[in-house]
Every structure is written in C-alpha cells, then in structure tokens.
Design a protein around this ligand. Structure first.
Ligand SMILES: C[S@@+](CC[C@H](N)C(=O)[O-])C[C@H]1O[C@@H](n2cnc3c(N)ncnc32)[C@H](O)[C@@H]1O
Ligand code: SF4
Length: 448
C-alpha cells in the first residue's frame, strides 16, 4: 500500500462537477447565465441552493467560502438580497418555476435568526412554486443551534439536516479551533428529529492535525449511538495556498498519507460493521435512507455538496460564491460577498465566471460522475447514448494501463471497473479521463 500511495497520491479535483470550478473563467458571465435561464425547461422541477457565508467561529481547517460575523444586521440584509437575486433570476426565466428541493449551505445557515429564516421561506414561496418541494435541507453548526431556530425550521418544512461534528477529541478540536461537545450534538439531533427531520447527516473528518486512528474510531463510537441516517467522512483537504487561514495549522501535526489511509479504512470498517452502507467515496448511509437506496439502484449523483439523490437538470445557486448548473453550463456568483451585494443591489445577475458545457465535456462529465458514484462505467454505452465517438477519450486508456497493472482498475473492453484496492484512488482514475487534469492539479488537495 505504501508503494501505491507513493505512486497515486497525486493532487486531483474532488470532481463534485466536471468541468471543475478550477476551469471556470470570466469569459462566461451574466449574459450567458441570462440566456441559459431563458431555456429553463417548463416541465421539470429545479433545485435551489442558497449559500450563507457566515459563521460564529472560523475553524482553521475550513475550506468553505465563509467568514466570522457577529452582527445580526449583516445576515438580515443578506436575506433581503437573496430574495432580490431570486427576483432577477425569475425575471430572466420569465415565469415562476417549480422547485423540487432546497438546500441551505454554508458557512452556517443557522446564523440566520429564526425570524429571518421564516421571512426567507415566505419570500421563496411567494416567488417559486414549492408545492412539489420534497426536500428542504440545511447544513448546521450544532454549537450555534437554538431551540427557537429548530422550531422555526420545523415550521418552514426542514426535513433533512447535516450537523458538523468532525472529531470529538478535545486535543484535535484545540488544534483546529473548534470546540464542540457530544451533548450538544445529541441535543441538536434529537431536537431536529422532533421537528420533522427524517434524514440526519453528520459530517466527520479524518486527517486533521494531531488526529489518530483511535480518535476517529472513538468519535464514531459515540456518534453512531445517535443512529445518523447518513455520515459524511471527509479527508481533510489541506490547501493553504487557496485558504491562507489553514496556515494556522502546524504542518508537522498533520498525519501523513499512510496514516490518513489507515484512518479512513478503519472508519469504513467500523461503520460497515455497525450496519451503515458505503456510498461512493466518503459517504455512509443506513440501508433505509434514500441515499443508500439510490446507490443500490445506480441512481446516485454527485454535486457540489458531495453525493446526492438529486437528479434535477437545473440547479439555481443564490448567494455569494454559489454555483448554478444547467444543461448549457455552469456559472459561479462573485465569491466576495461585497461584490455579490453590489451586483444584486444594482439589479445585475451577480455572476463572476463559469464554463459552457460542450457535448464532449458533458460526455467526460458523465463518465467521471459514474466512476465517482458507482466505481464502474461502460464508456461505450455512454458514448452511444450521447452520440459521441470513443476517440474523444482515447488518451484515457493508455493512462489507465498503469492503474490496471497495479490492480487498481479492471479493464474489460470499454468497461472500467475500480477494484476495492483502487477505490481510495478513484479521483486519480477519473483524472485519466480529464484532459485538463495535469494543468490544474496543483490547485487541488491530494487524493488520499
Ligand atoms: C458548511 S460546513 C458544515 C456546517 C457548519 N458550518 C459546521 O461546521 O458545523 C461543511 C463541512 O465541510 C467539511 N469541511 C470543511 N473544510 C474542509 C476541508 N478543508 N477538508 C475537508 N472537509 C472540510 C466539514 O466536515 C464541514 O462540516
Ligand atoms: S467548518 Fe463550518 S463552522 Fe467551521 S468555519 Fe467552516 S463553515 Fe464555519
């Protein structure tokens, strides 16, 4: 395994999309977004993603687009602007649209006051058709959660929640500036379930500074008593060149690739031994949960939040740094909240960059999504359905020979199957199909 890690622990995207956000450019902007919005299909429901770039505290490992705020007024005016952005989007679509799912992400959406949360949903339901909205989800910081907020969430229909946990050891928590008690998490889990949350996810991390395999397993031992429907186990992505505050973490305290690998394997063994099903690369779900069912039936998808059951073609992102997706391409809003506020305030779509999706990129994207979700893909079948030529991905086969020789993939005609040994390296397998992987690799964290 050490030899494989030396060979394949390269820098590669997490492939939450293809093309990846690193490939977005300012050549695609508000005019493209306006044109794509006009083509929103009439018959299908869209998904909404709302980003809240606010936190009570700044965890040193954090890779999200967020900042620490302590003034409620900042968050409240942000909600006004989110609704104004929704108006701009709908003006370009030219009618109201049906929404199938709403995801509040961050940052920390529970930095909104309970009143602002209800005001936001009143505003959304006045603008969009939410009658078929089957999922309302939010990413929550348990340390900031109040019973008033949970009650308001119950009233707006929150049915899926994700709580940030990471690691329960005080030593690791001190090394990343994130104190958090198990009692708080237990309270949050019970309160949310009491108000209608039927699918509860906990975010855990491995590869954190001073973290050992014992810390990971001890944390799992405690949080599994809460029977979370889903668990996301993220490997810490250390990218201080992108996120300068990560320099607060002492590099010498970070577990090396082999230790990280052992931690992730021990966690997977522990969870599968307790009845959670592995889903994709880093998620786990109890068999009754929708994510586990989607995985069993080959309907798992990947989006910017990780693995999902959401199959909507159109995702409309609102808020600073949010990414939207349509069959025509991707756009990202201004990452700096000030720029986003300025654009929305001036009545402009606040898009900063993006990428138009060529037929070839959509073909490569589907190959990568299936590999990330199912670990197996029949390239010829996808090519046939999309009317593409296999020669478009010809370079991948020679790059994959080395993986096959090392037992990481099995190649059978045009079928690529990632082996159990190869699963931890699936992002490197995907990169074999990505013509730009070599150019952008230094921007990403390592694979293991
Ligand atoms: C928006 S936060 C979750 C909600 C809330 N802000 C909290 O922290 O409790 C998203 C999650 O991303 C994960 N995460 C953040 N930074 C990361 C990094 N550098 N590498 C891997 N995972 C990371 C953490 O597990 C975190 O819970
Ligand atoms: S992990 Fe969550 S609470 Fe911590 S800084 Fe990131 S988004 Fe904020």
């Amino acid at each position: 395994m050490r030899r494989l890690i030396d060979r394949y622990d390269v820098h590669a995207p997490r492939y939450t999309s293809y093309p990846t956000a690193a490939q977005f450019t300012p050549a695609v902007g508000p005019a493209d977004w306006a044109a794509w919005l006009k083509r929103t299909p009439r018959d299908a429901a869209v998904s909404l993603y709302l980003h809240f770039p606010f936190c009570k505290r700044l965890c040193w490992y954090c890779g999200c687009n967020t900042r620490a705020v302590n003034r409620a007024g900042v968050v409240s005016t942000y909600v006004d602007l989110l609704l104004q952005e929704a108006d701009l989007v709908l003006a370009h679509i030219g009618r109201s649209v049906r929404v199938g799912s709403i995801h509040l992400g961050g940052g920390t959406p529970n930095m909104l006051s309970p009143d602002d949360l209800e005001r936001l949903f009143a505003g959304l339901s006045a603008r969009f058709d939410l009658r078929d909205c089957f999922e309302i989800a939010a990413e929550l910081d348990p340390e900031v959660l109040t019973s008033e907020w949970v009650e308001a969430a119950g009233r707006v229909g929150l049915n899926r929640a994700s709580l940030g946990v990471q690691d329960l050891s005080p030593r690791v928590q001190a090394a990343v500036n994130r104190p958090e008690s198990f009692e708080t998490i237990r309270w949050a889990a019970e309160a949310l379930r009491g108000q209608g949350v039927t699918s509860l996810n906990l975010d855990l991390m491995y590869g954190l500074p001073l973290q050992t395999v014992e810390h990971v397993v001890t944390t799992l031992g405690r949080v599994t008593t809460l029977k979370p429907d889903r668990i996301a186990l993220f490997g810490y992505a250390h990218v201080p060149w992108m996120k300068p505050h990560q320099r607060l973490i002492n590099d010498a305290d970070l577990p090396d690739a082999e230790a990280r690998f052992i931690q992730s394997q021990a966690a997977a063994r522990y969870l599968t031994g307790k009845g959670w099903q592995t889903v994709g690369l880093d998620h786990f779900a109890l068999p009754h949960d929708g994510l586990a069912a989607a995985d069993r039936s080959g309907r798992l998808h990947r989006n910017f939040q990780g693995y999902t059951t959401d199959a909507a073609e159109v995702l409309i992102g609102l808020g600073a740094s949010s990414i939207s997706r349509t069959p025509q391409g991707f756009v990202q809003n201004h990452v700096q909240e000030r720029d986003w506020r300025q654009a929305v305030g001036a009545g402009d779509l606040p898009v900063a960059r993006g990428v138009a999706l060529t037929e070839q990129a959509a073909f490569v994207g589907e190959i990568i999504e299936r590999l990330m979700c199912d670990f197996v893909v029949d390239v010829a079948r996808i090519a046939r359905r999309r009317g593409r030529d296999l020669s478009e991905v010809a370079g991948a086969w020679s790059r994959l020979e080395r993986f096959a020789a090392d037992g990481l993939v099995c190649l059978d005609g045009t079928v690529v199957a990632v082996t159990t040994l190869g699963k931890p390296f699936v992002r490197a397998v995907c990169a074999a199909f990505d013509p730009d992987a070599a150019d952008i690799q230094q921007r990403h964290a390592r694979v293991v």
